[in-house]
Design a protein around this ligand. Structure first.
Ligand code: ASP
Length: 322
């Protein structure tokens, strides 16, 4: 019977304890201690694996590979209906998208959650979020739906979700698109499914890919520095429809000529890149030099997809984001 949910605990605020100064030590609690402290009971069996006990800024790309391998292994067990990954919220969207874009699990739900408030204060969202995540992971309609983020009674697709508040309980949203479902008490409802790009099976290591943020008058100096210091790919967090300051174009061309792929993302919350302008630093100019358009993916998510592609030596061309 497919009724078991496995909680994979990585740490974060949701698993924190106070230190003597009153500050939160993220990841101090194991998964088992977290389940006990929050007094979580579920209608089906819940197994717990403590994979890490970290704040989420310490999660590495090797950790993501290890987490993915564990998810794959657990999904092969007949009785496992779903997986819940609990972790710090700061990099939650990276983990969620990494799993989403590197795993196709048609018979298993994958849910990522965390908390904005520590578990030891009244009004913490740790218990409600973890309880809801377990409910969604056990729900048959979540199986094969890709990686979902459950937070504040909402369900979001990994490809669109972002941490939208540094402290509020409604800390995650999919700007301009909205949630794909909700949790209302015991009811789990998924009302839309977003298209997903094909999954990429990673190689043994993820190469370094750097994000270069554009702002008014930003210097292009970091582009060359990134490549000179070992970046194997760049994602430009560009403005608007995908634009950079005019003096970025030449160094970007040189970077691409040296064999380092460059992908252009938009730093706006919603909307595709589009080659609708003709002026120095416009998207069309960079595409003509070989830059890839990341479609709807923001820079953090596009970076993970580019890392995956580079890790397994698949062709890195526009099809990566189509
Ligand atoms: N700084 C914390 C972390 O990412 C935030 C959290 O867990 O909500 O680990």
């Amino acid at each position: 019977m497919k009724n078991t949910v496995v909680l994979i605990s990585l740490g974060g605020t949701i698993a924190s304890i106070p230190d003597s100064s009153g500050r939160a030590v993220a990841g101090a609690l194991s998964g088992k201690a977290l389940m006990e402290q929050l007094n979580i009971h579920s209608s089906g069996p819940v197994e717990v694996v403590t994979l890490y006990q970290k704040a989420s800024n310490s999660i590495t790309t090797d950790d993501l590979l290890q987490l993915r391998a564990l998810c794959l292994e657990l999904s092969q067990r007949e009785e496992v209906a779903g997986l819940v990954v609990s972790q710090g919220t700061d990099t939650l969207e990276d983990t969620a998208y990494f799993l989403d874009t590197s795993l196709m699990l048609p018979n298993t739900a994958v849910v990522v959650t965390g908390a904005q408030r520590v578990p030891y204060v009244p009004g913490s969202d740790a218990g409600p979020n973890l309880r809801d995540a377990i409910k969604v992971a056990g729900a048959s309609q979540a199986r094969g739906a890709g990686t979902l983020v459950v937070f504040n009674e909402e369900v979001h697709a990994a490809s669109t979700v972002r941490k939208t508040s540094s402290y509020q309980l409604n800390g995650f949203g999919s700007p301009g698109i909205g949630p794909v479902g909700f949790v209302d008490g015991d009811e789990v409802r998924l009302f839309k499914q977003l298209q997903r790009l094909s999954a990429i099976t990673p190689g043994t290591q993820l190469p370094r890919v750097d994000i270069m943020p554009v702002a008014v008058g930003a210097s292009p100096a970091l582009l060359e520095a990134a490549v000179a210091s070992g970046a194997e790919g760049l994602v430009i967090d560009a403005i608007g429809r995908g634009h950079v300051p005019p003096d970025w174009v030449e160094p970007l061309g040189a970077v691409m000529k040296s064999g380092v792929p460059v992908a252009i993302a938009s730093s706006t919350f919603l909307g595709n890149l589009a080659e609708v302008y003709e002026y120095p630093g416009c998207l069309a100019e960079m595409v003509a030099l070989g830059a890839l358009k990341t479609s709807h993916l923001n820079a953090r998510k596009a970076r993970l997809r580019l890392m995956l592609a580079l890790s397994c030596d698949m062709p890195v061309d526009q099809s990566l984001f189509s």
